[in-house]
Ligand binder design. Sequence first.
Ligand code: NIG
Ligand code: FE
Length: 414
Amino acid sequence: MRTLFINIKELLQVREPETIKISGREMQTMPSIKNAFLLVDDDKIVSFGPMVAANKNKGGRVVDVEGKMILPAWCDSHTHLVYAGNREQEFVDRINGLTYEEIANKGGGILNSAKTLQDTSEEDLYQQSEKRLKAVMQLGTGAIEIKSGYGLTAEAEIKMLKVIQRLKKKYPVTIKSTFLGAHAVPAEYKNDPKAYVDHVIETILPQVAEADLAEYIDVFCEKGYFSVADMEAILTASKAYGLTPKVHVNQFNAIGGVPSAVKHKALSVDHLEVMNPKDIQALKGSETMPVGLPLCSFFLGIPYTPAREIINSGLPFALATDYNPGSSPSGNMNQVVATACIKMKITPEEAINAATLNGAYAMGIAETHGSITIGKKANLIITKPIPSYGYLPYDFGNNNVDKVMIGGEFVGEE
Ligand code: NIG
Ligand code: FE
């Protein structure tokens, strides 16, 4: 099916195919074409340019988007969208004064979600997750990474990863899957956390890899969860299975996870609410993408990732939702972009670059996603009529997404 968009007020994030990530000062740029057309054939972008060059006689449908803008769909490189139930009670407990850490120490937090998930059937888990995936597609997400990590047994981790595979097969949205067996130490291993690391390495990881259920490996490297040595052991073992690291580091404490992840050639280091100069130094000259998760900071009331400092150091920066039941029960990338501008003090250009092309890089799909480039996937957001793209984060909390196209089809019409 061909679709020709005409009278696009501004076509945003137009990039050359060689640009696979945007760093430092360059993040302030937002290459665009005003009064443009865009032609999609099947699931790809095949041509675009100024309206004067549009050829309306090429067949297929013509969509007049007068007054509206088009940008690449969001690339959400860090989520835990597959989970069971919710943690509303812990939310209220935090309002009443308990901290995230205190709740986790009482057996709540990740272990609470793991218990619920272990008691949920694969079908039920699929239904709960599918509902969330459909909702984020409507909000403009065209590619998404989803982690395991609420199973914490071989059986339950595999159940999660199978649900991710089923979603991958059914929906046009691009999905990348990550094995996060080392998300928290299960209660049975409380007195011997090292034995759980061994269990992940010797038992769960081989099963996940043999069934080809994951592309990436993740570890929650944090005090009270997994040490740098634990992470290194898991990343080293994963290498033999061809799994690339994308890791949770520096959420509450800087314990050396960033330099270690860079050394293990991580594709991304995510969270980074607490950064020291050594962490910034380690990222310089590396291929690792720093990823900030502003909705987690917002929801938990913890510091925001120092995005300004990261970008001012010449580094690239990506944004993601961290969609999960404990620290960010929202998968809304529009809200991520707005919160990053408001709280991290990054500009609309920087935030849009972080949520599109740099997000694509952080999930290994920058060659096919994240920008308006010939040959890339036709994953597009068509905005409502807006005065300028900076209006998107400015008008926070309001939905300015009119239509979403994923793989050449309009979401909701397939
Ligand atoms: O990215 N930090 C580790 N994992 C998740 C949240 C886990 C939870 O509270 O369920 C995160 O914030
Ligand atoms: Fe996370």
